[in-house]
Structure formats: C-alpha cells, structure tokens
Design a protein around this ligand. Structure first.
Ligand SMILES: Cc1cc2nc3c(=O)[nH]c(=O)nc-3n(C[C@H](O)[C@H](O)[C@H](O)COP(=O)(O)OP(=O)(O)OC[C@H]3O[C@@H](n4cnc5c(N)ncnc54)[C@H](O)[C@@H]3O)c2cc1C
Length: 458
C-alpha cells in the first residue's frame, strides 16, 4: 500500500502536533503508552504512514516505569504479558520493539538520540502523569512530535474543547461527528524499511526486578491479557451477552456486561473496533444501550480528565456539589471506617462487603455495585476528601481496569455529583444522589450476590 493510499483512511483531526520542528531525517518512533496493541491503532497507522512517506525505519518503544499510581504486580503482570504479544505481532511486520526501564523523562531522550529518530509519535492520555511527561519532554526533544488520539472514536479535542456538563451535552456532539469517525481501520503492512542496527531484544526476564510496587495484592485473574484475548472476549460478548445487555446489565447476579474494560484500559482493543463489531449486529435496544456506555459515557470520562485538572479531588466537583457537601461536612456519620476496614471488607453492611469482596477476589466489581460501593464510602468517611482518597486508592489498587479516566469520572460522579444533577437534600450527602440497600434489593437478588462474594459479618 502506498503512503498516499494509507493516509486516505486517516482523519488528521486525530493528530496533535506537540512539537513542530523540521524533520531532520532518521527513523520514525512510536512511543506506545496507553494503547498497547498493533491492530486498529491510529497512532501506529499514523507512524507507519509517515515512515513510508519518508522511506524510513519504524519502531515502537515502551517505557516500563518502576511504579504507576497504585498499580500492583497483578496489573504489571497483565500488561507485560500483553506487551509480549504485541512485540511478536510488530516483529512479524518488520517493526522493531524496544522495552526501556525507567520514567520516560529519564530514558526516552537518550533512546531517541541513540536510535537516530527523526519523528516521534505517541498516543494521547488525558491523565496528569502523561501530561507531565509531555510538558517535561517537549523542551528537551529536538525532533517533531505528534500525539494521536488512538483511544477515543471521536478525538477528545475534536468532540469538545471544554469540560462537558454531562452525557446530555456531549451526546449530540458525538452523534454529529460519529459518521465521520466510525470507519474501518487500514491494516498495518509489513514495513519495507529496516533500521541500520536491529533493536536490542526486550529483556522481559529483568522486568519484574525493576518494579517498586505492591507485590502481594491481586486476586485470581479473571481474564487473559492481550490483543487475541480481547478479540475473543468481544466475540464471546456479542454471541452470548449482548442480546440481554439492555435488560440485564444492571443486575450484578447476572453475567450480562461485556468484561471489556481491562482490555480497553490497557489498549488491547480499540473502542472503535468494538463499536464497528456491535453495529454490524444491527440496531437493537441492547446494542443502543451498550454503545451509549461504551462511546458516550467512556468518551465523557476522557473529556472530564482532559479539561478538569482536579479530576481526582474535591476541587474537581461542580460548584453546587461543593457547596452542598460543605454544608453537610459536620453531619454525624452513622458509621465511620478507616481505609483498612474498608479494604478488608469489614463494614456492618453485608452488601457493601460483598462488593468489596468481589473486587478483592476477582479484580473487578460489577458496574452497578461500583456506584453503591463509592456512595457508601462517602456516607461512612470523615469528609468527602477522605472518601475520594479511599475510593480512588481501593479502585486503583484492586480493579484490573483501575487508574483510568472512567474510574476517576465514576468516583467523582458517585461522591461529587460530576455529570449528575442536584437531588433531594439528606444528611452527609447533601444534594448528591443517594443509594441504599433497599433500592438494590428491589433491583436484584441481594442474597445471591452476597452468598457469592460475601466475606464480612451478616
Ligand atoms: C465508582 C465507579 C468506579 C469505576 N471505576 C472504573 C474503572 O476504574 N475503570 C473503568 O473502566 N470503568 C470504571 N467505572 C465504569 C464502569 O462501571 C465500568 O467501566 C464497567 O463496569 C466495566 O465493565 P464492562 O467492561 O463489563 O462494562 P460494560 O457494561 O460492558 O460497558 C462497556 C464499556 O463501556 C464503558 N462504560 C460502561 N459504563 C461506564 C461508565 N459508567 N462510565 C464510563 N464508561 C463506562 C467502559 O469502557 C466499559 O468497558 C466505574 C464506575 C463507578 C461508578
């Protein structure tokens, strides 16, 4: 495929020119970070199109940081296994893969110089650490740098240029733009240009020793990592669970969700591929409600983290919510638990303990229970700030899909009214939407859920 043919697929709104220096010659390097896959990856598509045009070698580099937010050995294990598969896929296309050990700000500049890179491409990540890497590296690098939104279907900066109030304000914008963006991907082709020196083989056996993370935490894995496993999960979801998604997705006893969130989080599959596959099934109430979650809600989370630097703190809440929570700051709590009691699922509430138990045992919690779980942390903590810190720490430590914009937005929705509206006033919550166990009992079989995951007092 010629570079021109290749580029006809690519909508250049997906790119953001971080650094516009002139191309000095040399190879094209894709610094892979958030989107850890070869297939259906707009950052790699763009990098290959540039390398073909420049008749240059193409390689991928990944920086393995010794720690990452609250990630544990469980998350690193999942990620490293997925990356090994991506390395094999890339090598079969004559695209080199290099694994660097250390913070990108420390190891990337030297690598780019040593490998004679002339253009850097990376994938977009709205979270603070990635923005910090970008700010620190921009003045140091002497080559052009292009960031590509390979995660969202409609690029986050195209969908909206400001923080949206809620799904109701983002949805019409996405609907208008989706026909332009929800298109087929070009395949990655065998790259015709090789580097002067082959990259060092990745030292996977050294990786574990470089980590400075919690080596104890992590339940038994619920799914296999990697691009092939993600594609298999999508096929299984479409065949078995999609038909009942609309009616059953909010019932934690039924297995009706897609289980795709870890794959989306680590970038093992593109949201755009999932949307194309679901659309192919035809329009049904289930496909519509799944695409609402997977496109609108997910892309709203990236919008929130992109445009609200306080996405994980009390200061990131809307003004009405901060005012109301401040008015109820000194309300008496019926129960007050420390982080360790929450962590060990030792509250008085068997339903809450079962939700925490599900997360401890499997590395995931049913989507409906996540809302109840976070709201009760607000109810039983000393302050909304304490509740945010506890919920984020537990979510990021135990959920396989944690450390993600969806998590920060979901927690801020539950505790701080983000993307929600004011409800009736009540103690502690103020005007934040309330949930209780009786409401859950009206929706699903609480006994069945508790008997499956319950660990705490009955
Ligand atoms: C307190 C709280 C914490 C959360 N933490 C995380 C987290 O750490 N990581 C994470 O990916 N999601 C999080 N969510 C969102 C949602 O609960 C999960 O994405 C979903 O349960 C994952 O299971 P699934 O892939 O089977 O979902 P499905 O129901 O099959 O949905 C498909 C996809 O749509 C997206 N999606 C679904 N619901 C939401 C939502 N409410 N907000 C944004 N995107 C959504 C996800 O990408 C999901 O994988 C959280 C929600 C709350 C209320």
């Amino acid at each position: 495929m010629s570079p021109r043919a290749f580029l006809k697929y690519m909508n250049f709104q997906r790119t953001n020119h971080v650094k516009k220096d002139a191309y000095p010659g040399g190879g094209v390097v894709y610094w892979m970070s958030r989107d850890q896959r070869m297939a259906d990856n707009w950052a790699l598509v763009y990098a290959q199109s540039q390398a073909l045009e420049k008749k240059a070698a193409l390689s991928v580099v990944f920086c393995l940081t010794p720690r990452f937010l609250d990630a544990t050995q469980h998350h690193y294990g999942f990620m490293l296994k997925g990356l090994q598969e991506t390395e094999r896929n890339l090598e079969s296309m004559n695209i080199g893969f290099t694994l660097l050990f250390g913070e990108p700000t420390a190891v990337l500049p030297a690598f780019l110089t040593e490998s004679n890179a002339g253009l850097l491409v990376t994938d977009m990540n709205p979270l603070r650490h990635a923005r910090h890497w970008q700010r620190s590296l921009t003045p140091i690098l002497g080559i052009p740098w292009v960031e590509v939104d390979a995660h969202n279907i409609v690029p986050v900066w195209t969908a909206s240029q400001k923080q949206e109030y809620g799904a109701y304000t983002l949805r019409p914008k996405l609907r208008r733009l989706l026909p332009e963006y929800l298109a087929e991907f070009p395949p990655i082709i065998r790259h015709p240009f090789s580097p002067a020196t082959a990259p060092q083989p990745a030292a996977w056996d050294r990786a574990a020793a470089t980590l400075r993370v919690d080596m104890r935490t992590g339940g038994s894995p619920v799914c296999e990592p990697g691009e092939a496993a993600a594609a298999a999960m999508l096929r299984e979801f479409i065949a078995r669970r999609l038909p009942g998604y609309e009616t059953d997705r909010n019932d934690p006893v039924l297995d009706a969700q897609s289980h795709l969130s870890p794959y989306l989080h680590f970038g093992h599959i593109a949201a755009q591929r999932i949307a194309l596959a679901v659309e192919e099934q035809g329009e049904t109430p289930s496909s519509t409600s799944f695409l609402e979650e997977m496109i609108v809600r997910r892309e709203l989370s990236d919008n929130f983290c992109m445009y609200n630097e306080q996405y994980d703190t009390f200061d990131g809440f809307p003004t009405w919510a901060k005012l109301s929570l401040n008015q109820h700051r000194n309300d008496e709590r019926t129960h007050h638990y420390a982080l360790e009691q929450f962590e060990r699922a030792e509250t008085h509430d068997r339903l809450w303990n079962a939700a925490q138990g599900e997360m401890l045992a499997t590395g995931r919690m049913h989507g409906y229970m996540r809302m109840y779980w976070a709201k009760k942390i607000l109810e039983w903590s000393g302050s909304p700030e304490e509740a945010m810190a506890i919920a984020i720490h537990l979510n990021d430590t135990y959920e396989l899909d944690g450390r993600d914009p969806n998590g920060y937005a979901g927690i801020a929705w539950s505790i701080g009214g983000v993307h929600d509206r004011a409800w009736f006033e009540r103690p502690v919550y103020g005007k934040i939407r309330y949930m209780n166990a009786n409401g859950c009992a009206r929706k699903f079989n609480v006994d069945a859920y508790c008997s499956r995951f319950g660990t705490g007092p009955l």
